[in-house]
Write a protein that binds this ligand. Structure first.
Ligand code: FAD
Length: 694
């Protein structure tokens, strides 16, 4: 093994402890290895070649679905650079091939921020890595070695949700797999729990321990945090907000040119006309909106059970607050271009653009405040008091949670309060772009049937307006309030809360309001045999995909297909108020077929509906109660090969429903609970039990 050394800020280090003795030789060796890390010319397309070209010694990969893993990857890369002087880059797993993973030089560090999705699956952008690395003998470029990844030094942080059965399956399996393939772990495997609401704190404690390992075991020296931009904003004075080349919220070049071109993907949404929106709740207390997208003129396909991704924008009041908080109120329409100072930096929006556009369409300005971000703002405070306050809250986990996290602040609201309304105009806008997560599309379970309505995609979205127990103001969910505003506008009530005409009026061209969407394919699917019985448990908006399932079955029956029995357990607060699609269900139900298991069924009698209302009477009823009351029916259907589906709240409902299912099997079949649980597990592995939970 050649002498391996690492370049930090002030000293020359040998962080992985192989040979190398510091001093000029190590310095030279290190630089040489950074210049030509694998000792060969590299493949040119792989990550190793890219690192070599950009002189990087740390790569932070991310497998991200909702943007959190990507955000943490970016934070980690920046912090490793600013604290230790390491030359870092982040990398989207989907942008690389993995054959060269056995050629990482020993003085590079390979980090993975890996989210688990759904039933312990990799995120879409990590799917290819997964197929490759989990193969019995992945075909690396050098090939044939029992420990092909011997030269890789790695660490994995998993992002998961403990309310799901396969908690952090991806992070854990990748960590074990890399070790099994011969790679050396640096520090410990770490993981964060979204289910417990502790993701940021879990990350911060793992990250601190990891940094301590680098410092104490690998000898890296540290300096105080200094912001070192990886991008630069350059004012463009000869362009204005009216210039045709300036991006005003168009997601990409095609959209700016006015050409909407398939395929529509997570990188290229369709600007889709909306043909209907209506309110589903009747109690005037909360809102739930049914939205129908018209895809008839567009090349976009879905199948029943898929998800629709809605590309939301920020509410105008929050855009204004943000621009005011950072002193850009009067510069909102000024035009700038983004210049990369580092070739590996990913800028997620096009430029030239304006401050208003970036704030409205590309930054996640409305989410909870990050404690880590507060610590980075200390040096930019507009007054001594504001500086002391951000320092104090940034340093104390307890104080932060008590005074900030529990009060629903977003960043702009908090900073303005801490500075008594003084703008934080020393914060460079590039810092905000680099440190605030990107605004992500929100996913919705499609509530229409592709067989019945191939050119209509509908969703069912409950509008999020919540006030935490300690908060003084309501906290608005971004996408659902955007959707609500579209509904209001379609009913002739223009509120001005959102910029519904989008970039250059493109969202309201013609006679429809449009919104950017794409379809995400899902494995949550009806049985291929229409005759197979189905049992569906979907409280609240969890009923959305089941509306699609039921309409599909009815459509098949109408076209002469033999269909199986369907049982739906639906729950909500009140029988009058939030009973979703109340008027539709009677079209498919009939008293005569209640309790009947075998067909023939028709489109107007195949459904048996059991409702549970939690606030109609003193006794609260939940879907689990109704399942228990109908345990005989559930068991008999399962014995007839029924598929069992659960959709909705992941935090408690899904797990409780599964436990109830095992209780039913145990009681009805006279077997002990453990055995019944094994049967439920087996149903899962055979796809007879499917979940669509969030
Ligand atoms: P967000 O802005 O994302 O906020 C989320 C929550 O955090 C809200 O309750 C909000 O009040 C709170 N919040 C926001 N900012 C702060 C802050 N600063 N401090 C504290 N709290 C804050 N939803 C449906 O209604 N119907 C469906 O059919 C559906 N299907 C889904 C399917 C999948 C696969 C997934 C992953 C999710 C699904 N969801 C569904 C959930 C949906 O994607 C959104 O998460 C939900 O609509 C909220 O989005 P939002 O942008 O309005 O809220």
């Amino acid at each position: 093994v050649a002498a391996v050394a690492f370049v930090g800020y002030f000293v020359i280090m040998n962080i992985f402890g192989f040979g190398g003795d510091g001093g000029q030789d190590a310095f030279t060796a290190s630089l040489a290895s950074v210049n030509n890390p694998s000792g060969d010319s590299g493949s040119g397309s792989g990550v190793v070649a890219k690192m070599q070209k950009a002189k990087k010694n740390v790569v932070v990969f991310y497998g991200s679905q909702t943007g959190t893993a990507e955000d943490l990857a970016s934070k980690l890369a920046k912090e490793l650079h600013s604290r230790f002087g390491l030359s870092t880059m982040t990398a989207d797993l989907e942008d690389y091939e993995y054959e060269d993973f056995d050629t990482f030089p020993e003085d590079t560090l390979v980090l993975f921020m890996m989210a688990s999705y759904g039933e312990g699956e990799p995120t879409d952008n990590a799917a290819n890595l997964w197929t490759f690395i989990m193969e019995d003998a992945p075909e690396f470029s050098n090939g044939g070695d029992m420990k092909p990844l011997e030269s890789m030094h790695f660490a994995v942080f998993g992002l998961g949700n403990s309310t799901y059965e396969h908690y952090n399956a991806i992070g854990r399996q990748l960590d074990a797999r890399l070790e099994a393939l011969g790679a050396t772990r640096v520090g410990k495997y770490g993981e964060g729990d979204d289910g417990a609401g502790t993701m940021e704190e879990d990350y911060l404690s793992w990250k601190e321990e990891f940094m301590t390992t680098l410092r104490e075991e690998r000898g890296l020296q540290e300096r105080d945090y200094v912001y070192e931009p990886t991008i630069e904003l350059e004012d463009v004075y000869d362009l204005s907000v009216d210039s045709p080349d300036v991006y005003l919220g168009e997601p990409n070049k095609n959209h700016l040119a006015g050409i909407s071109k398939a395929p529509f993907t997570a990188h290229n949404p369709l600007l889709c006309p909306i043909k209907d929106t209506h309110e589903l709740f009747k109690d005037n207390k909360r809102n739930c909106v049914h939205v129908e997208f018209d895809t008839s003129d567009e090349n976009i396909r879905y199948t029943t059970g898929d998800h629709l991704a809605f590309w939301c924008q920020n509410e105008s009041i929050e855009v204004d607050r943000f621009l005011k908080a950072f002193g850009y109120e009067n510069r909102r329409d000024d035009v700038f271009v983004v210049k990369k100072l580092d070739s590996t930096t990913n800028v997620r929006f096009p430029s030239p653009t304006t401050f208003d556009t970036v704030t409205r369409f590309f930054l996640g300005i409305n989410g909870p405040v990050s404690r880590q971000l507060l610590t980075q703002l200390v040096g930019f405070a507009p007054s001594k008091e504001a500086e002391d306050a951000v320092r104090k809250y940034g340093a104390s986990k307890d104080m932060f949670h008590e005074s900030i996290a529990s009060k629903n602040y977003n960043l702009a609201r908090l900073l303005l309060e801490l500075s008594n309304g003084k703008p934080w105009d020393r914060v460079p806008f590039s810092f905000l772009i680099e440190n605030i997560p990107h605004l992500q599309p929100r996913y919705y379970s499609i509530s229409s049937s592709s067989a019945e309505q191939p050119n209509t995609v509908s969703i069912t979205a409950v509008v999020e307006r919540n006030r935490g127990p300690d908060a003084d103001f309501d906290c608005h969910g971004v996408a659902t309030n955007n959707i609500f505003d579209i509904k209001e506008a379609m009913a002739g009530k223009t509120t001005g809360n959102f910029k519904l005409d989008g970039a250059r009026g493109s969202y309201t061209k013609g006679d429809a309001i449009r919104a950017p969407i794409h379809i995400r394919h899902s494995n949550f699917k009806l049985p291929s045999k229409a005759g197979a019985p189905i049992i569906m448990v979907g409280p609240g908006t969890g009923v959305a995909p089941f509306r699609g399932f039921i309409r599909e079955r009815a459509h098949l029956a109408k076209s002469g297909k033999e269909i199986g029995k369907a049982v739906l357990f639906f729950g909500c607060r009140h029988s009058k108020g939030d009973f979703l699609y109340e008027e539709e269900w009677p079209n498919y139900t009939s008293e005569e077929t209640v309790g009947k298991i075998d067909g023939p069924f028709t489109e107007s009698n195949f459904l048996e509906l059991h409702t549970a209302f939690s606030r109609d009477s003193d006794k609260k009823y939940y879907v689990q109660d109704r399942m228990r009351e109908n345990s005989k029916l559930v068991n008999e259907l399962l014995l007839k090969g029924a598929y069992f589906y659960v959709c909705g709240d992941a935090s408690r409902m899904a797990r409780e429903v599964q436990t109830t299912l095992a209780e039913i099997i145990s009681k009805e079949r006279g077997i002990d609970f453990d055995e019944a649980e094994r049967i439920v597990k087996k149903m899962k592995s055979r796809n007879l039990l499917q979940e669509d939970v969030w």
